[in-house]
Ligand binder design. Structure first.
Ligand code: KIV
Length: 274
């Protein structure tokens, strides 16, 4: 069997075909080693620009560059075999024009060999989503709370809390779906609105803080593992690894300081004394 046949990754059309079916499971990853773990259980892996917060300690995702996304995208591709890898287009790499978006997305696809890109924005990005999709670049949309717009939003607030504010978000979802997005992340959106959108558009919706009414879910891996300094309120924790990691580091530091440290004879079974 060829390598290609043995390692068949999920594709954007595979994810699109899951509309209304078995929920799509997605997590973020930025490293080869976590990608290998996530790959065993997830349909898709998002190399999110949240790496700016999680890996680099930035307050927002605004400082993240295309080079940072490509570097971590390559690591995740090396670590995974089966899941569709989606790489976020960072702030400033796609908004100026559909041509700018095309050149940035082509760099991401060529240099990481991932299967799709994700970009933020609704109606205003529809033309770009169509331009990319028609040219062989699968696009995942991202509407509702769009963290790259923090400087105009003013805060990371849930969207569509009152019914009166639903219409622009519904229009965003419809525009991006009609433009050819193969799926759409809906972030921090009230449950009845997420349900309404999910029932109306062709693209599967992937919720983050948007209820089980979506066609799938995504979380930031470090948030659900209890490793992020600030975790959004809607995140359900599946682990509390921070204290376990700290205990291990503390134990190591204590061993080094008290010279309680194994030598090579311990590791290789070498006999260094009689
Ligand atoms: O960057 C990211 O991790 C994301 C998720 C929060 C959906 O966009």
């Amino acid at each position: 069997m060829s390598v290609q046949a043995a390692i068949r990754r999920k594709t954007a059309p595979d994810i699109f075909a899951r509309k209304g079916g078995e929920p799509i499971v997605m997590l973020t990853s930025y490293h080869a080693h976590t990608a290998a773990l996530v790959d065993r259980y997830c349909d898709a892996i998002l190399v999110g620009d949240s790496l700016g917060n999680v890996m680099h300690g930035y307050e927002t995702t605004v400082p993240v560059t295309l080079e940072m996304m490509i570097l971590q995208g390559r690591a995740v591709m090396r670590g995974s075999q089966h899941a569709l890898v989606v790489v976020d287009m960072p702030f400033g790499s796609y908004e100026a024009s559909k041509e700018q978006a095309f050149h940035s997305a082509v760099r991401i696809l060529k240099e990481t060999q991932c299967g799709a890109v994700k970009l933020e924005g609704g109606e205003r990005m529809a033309e770009t989503v169509a331009f990319l999709s028609e040219r062989g670049i699968p696009v995942m949309g991202h509407i509702g709370l769009t963290p790259q717009s923090i400087n105009t939003l003013g805060s990371f607030r849930a969207q569509g809390r009152e019914e009166g504010s639903w219409e622009p978000i519904e229009n965003d979802a419809r525009a991006i779906s009609d433009a050819g997005a193969f799926s759409i992340v809906i972030e921090a959106v009230a449950e009845p609105l997420a349900r309404k959108i999910t029932g109306k558009i062709a693209a599967p919706t992937i919720g983050i803080g948007a209820s089980a009414a979506c066609d799938g879910q995504v979380l930031v891996l470090e948030d659900m593992l209890g490793l992020s300094p600030r975790t959004p309120k809607f995140v359900r924790r599946y682990g509390d690894l921070g204290p376990a990691i700290e205990a291990a580091i503390k134990g190591y530091a204590a061993d080094v300081r008290s010279r309680n440290f194994p030598g090579p004879e311990h590791v290789y079974g070498m006999k260094t004394r009689n």
